[in-house]
Design a protein. Structure first.
Lengths: 197, 585
């Protein structure tokens, strides 16, 4: 799969939406939406009780694997999992007042597993890293089809993952080795560069 | 610095309305001459260092530096499609801010749009109601104007000349340079005069490549001329010198005040003279007038928090509320004697509204820097300024006047390549390897001053304080759109000349107002029939009334206005003191 020869997402999705009901069985039952009870618990957490999370444990694992597929660990630095990107996304979704964004995440996570079943015959978390890449490549190659919820979800997933990763300690210090935000005796320019650190 | 409760029973020598660049400068100059001055600011005094937190790491911020989720800042599309005062679709946000309010560090500095509605044509109106106003978060580019601007009509026949020449204002530019501090490099350009510069910043490697690449085209790229003290100011105990800490690029201000802001640069020192009284939370709704003599007697203001009404008297009234708010206040100050609003016998108040068009720009990569070890590129107040080159010696067939580019290159705390296509190991590596190679710039061009671009009062809509809202009648014209196309073409030819790989180039124009350089609504001139103020920013109609902010500009030029606002204001306030001493006010 590539930009030159992308999968026809519109054609494919007809099939996987049609067949997924029988293939997936129980797993297609919509994931429980965040109930009003949970939301209230979030806005006024009981003393000593941990804040209610946006993702279920299973969803959290899925978001961890998705974000790690977007920004993986490599020989240079840790990836999205090490940078706790899923925790930051959970926090963002807990706090947002945007209900469209919340339902996009629920629907998107569901569709990712439907797609993974279609292309790989297993859920995204069960899939190998090559198989995971294959699923996200379909979406990445079709980012212009923003009328499709799974594409909108991919754009949102990448946006929040990238934002969370590059504002984390791992992203700023280990990955990019950012040199700034410190007191300098003298401004640095082209002549000095390479010796500044 | 001692803050006292404002005594509203006495008659001040002068009352100043607004505490931004202009109001701060008026406070400095008038109190230095021994005048007893009352300074009114509509907003509150913020614990500004706690707001700005210039060195906070994103991961130490609950929202990673972004706005808290109950707040929303308006986007380009929202400004373009939806009109203020922002009804359906925006209910979910408790607070609404202008586009500049998109970071956690400015959320309390910019106004809540809902409390401050406006109507009419689309306009991205950025307002900061707090002590110091927009100087708390300004972009710091501090440029002089020249006779190419002051006498532009002599060159192309359009509009009006200013009632001053460069030689009139040059000594005051010098005073502002020395009193507030400015960094830059001398270039000896007739159309962009040099300042008295402190220690300059340095260009990084891609910027040097661009500088060299355009030199053969006769174009000039120079270090960002920042209104920042890089050597420190012995006479000011409130401001530190610049330590190149960076974070100047993020939307926020400087919590050690190396970058000029009105409170630490001008107002606190003025309070130290013992001659300045500050009253915050004072929303001025009218300048009061003696109906017999026609002179201004003081102001009527509302306490912004308690909503109580107050009157205060002064021998002279100095309006410095910002270009649009100053025009609004004059229009609000209607009376039997001045039925069209104060100082408005010409009918020009609110008209000749102009600014800078922006949006067209370019981004690219210096290929020789890809994959190089990380460099420190943002430890400085700004990158570069690429100076005007259009309509200086030649005459462009598509448009009159000119534009310049602001830009920078290199690595930043948040990588510029975060929008790279794709994902996975190759995405991550590409972002890392490219981070120091990025270079980008955006243009700022002169919007012509036109009578038919104006603001007036909305007959129905009022703000939170019951004051009629401003209504916009303002659009870019053909000259601006032709200029925008040229900005894109020249940006491309210059990046090609520098050998950069071009990644994005656009002539898309941003919403009117985006530059936050609104000007001209209370313009100066020698003819009282076509202008509101004389060359000393004194009303032609009311001789103890002065308007000393950007509204006095006759044209916008293409240079950023703050340094000129303050230099003109200094000159006008010297004149005000002289006239008062002579008994002429």
């Amino acid at each position: 799969m590539s930009i030159e020869n992308p999968i026809d997402l519109r054609q494919d999705r007809r099939q996987w939406l049609k067949t997924s009901a029988t293939v997936l069985g129980a797993s297609l039952v919509p994931l429980p939406a965040v109930s009003a009870e949970t939301l209230e618990g979030e806005t006024a957490p009981a003393a000593g009780k941990a804040e209610a999370r946006f993702f279920t444990p299973a969803q959290h694992t899925l978001v961890e694997e998705l974000s790690e597929t977007i920004i993986p660990a490599d020989g240079h630095s840790g990836g999205a999992k090490a940078a706790k990107v899923a925790d930051y996304i959970d926090q963002t979704l807990r706090k947002t007042t945007d209900d469209t964004q919340k339902s996009l995440w629920h629907e998107g996570l569901r569709l990712i597993d439907v797609m993974s079943q279609h292309y790989n015959g297993k859920t995204f978390v069960q899939a190998s890293s090559e198989e995971r890449i294959a699923v996200l490549t379909v979406l990445s190659d079709n980012v212009k089809l923003t009328d499709l919820p799974e594409v909108r979800f991919f754009v949102e997933l990448k946006h929040l993952t990238v934002h969370a990763y590059y504002t984390s300690k791992i992203g700023i210090h280990d990955e990019l080795e950012y040199q700034g935000n410190r007191i300098l005796k003298e401004y640095v320019g082209c002549d000095d560069q390479g010796t500044s650190s | 610095m001692v803050e006292r409760d404002a005594d509203l029973t006495k008659t001040y020598d002068a009352v100043i309305i607004g505490s931004g660049a202009a109001g701060g400068m008026a406070s400095h100059v008038l109190t230095t001459h021994g005048m007893k001055v009352l300074l009114l600011e509509a907003g509150k005094k913020l614990p500004i260092e706690q707001e700005l937190r210039s060195m906070e790491w994103p991961y130490d911020n609950a929202n990673r530096g972004e706005l808290p989720p109950d707040r929303h800042s308006l986007s380009f599309n929202e400004y373009t499609i939806r009109r203020p005062p922002y009804g359906p679709g925006f209910e979910k946000s408790k607070h609404l801010h202008s586009y500049i309010g998109e970071s956690d560090y400015v959320k309390n500095i910019v106004v809540d749009e809902r409390e401050n509605p406006y109507t009419g044509t689309n306009y991205a109106w950025v307002r900061a109601r707090c002590l110091g106003g927009k100087t708390n978060i300004w972009g710091r580019l501090a440029l002089r104007l020249s006779d190419y601007d002051f006498k532009a009509k002599d060159r192309d026949g359009y509009g009006e000349n200013w009632p001053i020449s460069y030689s009139d204002i040059a000594p005051y530019y010098d005073k502002v340079d020395l009193y507030l501090g400015i960094t830059g490099v001398k270039e000896n350009l007739p159309y962009l005069p040099d300042s008295i510069f402190q220690r300059p910043t340095k260009l990084n490697c891609a910027e040097v490549t661009l500088q060299q690449g355009i030199k053969k085209m006769g174009r000039v790229l120079t270090q960002y001329r920042a209104g920042v003290t890089s050597d420190g100011l012995k006479h000011n105990k409130y401001r530190s010198r610049c330590y190149g800490r960076g974070a100047c690029g993020r939307k926020g201000g400087c919590d050690i005040h190396a970058a000029f802001d009105s409170p630490t640069g001008l107002i606190y020192p003025a309070m130290d003279t013992g001659n300045l009284t500050l009253r915050t939370n004072a929303t001025v709704r009218e300048i009061t007038v003696d109906q017999d003599t026609g002179k201004a007697t003081g102001v009527h203001f509302i306490d912004s928090q308690t909503m109580k009404d107050y009157n205060v008297r002064a021998k002279a009234v100095v309006v410095a509320a910002s270009t649009l708010e100053s025009a609004r206040l004059l229009l609000l100050s209607k009376s039997h004697r001045y039925p069209n609003g104060l100082a408005n016998s010409s009918g020009h108040v609110g008209h000749n509204f102009c600014e800078h068009i922006m949006g067209p720009g370019i981004a690219g990569r210096a290929k020789d820097l890809v994959g190089k070890p990380p460099t420190l590129d943002d430890g400085r107040p700004g990158g570069f300024y690429l100076t005007r080159f259009r309509n200086l010696t030649e005459k462009n067939p598509g448009f009159i006047r000119g534009y310049g580019f602001e830009g920078s290159s290199g690595s930043a705390m948040f990588p510029r390549g975060a929008d790279t296509h794709g994902f996975g190991a190759s995405f991550k590596e590409e972002v890392r390897r490219n981070q120091g190679a990025y270079i980008g710039m955006g243009a700022f061009g002169e919007v012509l001053s036109r009578y038919e671009n104006y603001v007036d009062l909305d007959p129905v809509v009022k703000d939170k304080w019951g004051v009629p809202a401003l209504r916009f009648h303002y659009k870019f014209g053909e000259n601006e759109h032709n200029m925008a196309k040229d900005m894109k073409e020249t940006a491309q030819e210059m990046f090609e000349a520098a050998g950069f790989e071009i990644m994005h180039v656009s002539d898309r124009v941003l919403t009117e107002g985006w530059s936050i350089h609104e000007l001209g609504t209370v313009r100066m001139g020698n003819d009282a029939k076509t202008s509101v103020l004389n060359q000393f920013e004194q009303s032609h109609d009311v001789r103890n009334l002065f308007v000393v902010d950007g509204s006095a500009f006759v044209n916008a030029s293409c240079q950023n206005p703050t340094w000129t606002i303050m230099s003109l204001c200094w000159r006008s306030c010297d004149y005000l003191v002289d006239e008062m001493k002579k008994g002429n006010l």
